[in-house]
Design a protein around this ligand. Structure first.
Ligand SMILES: O=C(O)[C@H](O)[C@@H](O)[C@H](O)[C@H](O)COP(=O)(O)O
Length: 256
């Protein structure tokens, strides 16, 4: 049974700093148990602030970065190196500053990759890559210690947008066309894949997120509000600032 916790931080910067510290500890703990750690990254401003805080943390080198497996929860389907790609932004904020094993870093295909500008084929390729890394008995996905998700103002997570086909998709990876958040063409893990993770952390800062966060807490549906449709097998953490937590019942909060 997944345990859900809501942590409210004074502001967006405090949330980024505290979540960076939390992420470092999560990686260390996972490695102490299994020797490796597996994290699924997301895009957006909130995630980028967390990555930069990890980069700048004195504690970052307590992680054995050579034993971290990095996947992406979603990607903007653009040419490799495009500044708008989540991979490009993660590399600039953190990945290029730590000694990762390139064989353990798994970006989603780019639109100038082997599948050209066919996002469905690219999604299938990533699904195959995940399956190759899959555990015996759980053939389609590797173990995810943590999936990190930003929450959109409309309640989307990764590139699963409200009422879009991806919210109904039972595969592990799917292509997205007509995304309301530009760029319109994307690749995303589905809620089915996300929900195999040991922990899922949802990050949201700013008053613009308060409506979606409040609705998710109040029992919104997974299709109308994709953020309400994800949870970790063991733990689901909502990491908010005060503005994004405006509509969250005080009984659900633990203020930091
Ligand atoms: O491709 C993307 O943009 C992200 O994967 C997306 O899911 C993001 O995490 C949310 O939209 C929150 O973004 P902000 O943190 O910038 O509000």
């Amino acid at each position: 049974m997944s345990q859900t916790s809501v942590v409210v931080h004074p502001d967006a910067d405090a949330m980024a700093q505290a979540t960076a510290a939390r992420l470092i500890v999560r990686l260390i703990d996972a490695q102490s148990h299994r020797g490796t750690a597996s994290v699924v990254l997301t895009g957006g401003r909130g995630a980028a602030a967390i990555y930069a805080a990890v980069r700048d943390s004195p504690a970052r080198d307590a992680v054995d970065w050579s034993k971290v497996d990095l996947w992406w929860g979603d990607e903007r389907f653009l040419p490799s190196g495009d500044p708008e790609r989540n991979e490009t932004q993660a590399r600039a904020a953190l990945l290029d500053a730590v000694p990762l094993d390139p064989a353990r870093v798994h970006p989603m295909p780019a639109s100038d990759g082997p599948d050209g500008d066919d996002p469905e084929a690219a999604a299938g390729r990533y699904s195959d890559e995940l399956a190759l890394a899959g555990r015996a008995g759980s053939p389609s996905l590797p173990p995810f210690d943590l999936v990190l998700l930003g929450v959109g103002e409309d309640g989307h997570i990764a590139s699963v947008f409200p009422e879009h086909p991806a919210a109904y998709d039972t595969r592990t990876v799917t292509a997205v066309r007509g995304a309301p958040k530009p760029p319109p063409v994307r690749i995303t893990l589905t809620q089915v894949a996300i929900n195999t993770a040991t922990e899922v952390w949802l990050i949201a800062a700013g008053a613009g997120k308060a409506g979606a966060v409040g609705l998710a807490m109040a029992g919104g549906g997974p299709v109308q509000l994709p953020a309400a449709g994800v949870q970790g097998l063991e733990r689901t953490l909502w990491l908010l600032d005060r503005e994004a937590a405006r509509d969250v019942s005080p009984r659900l909060r633990s203020l930091r």
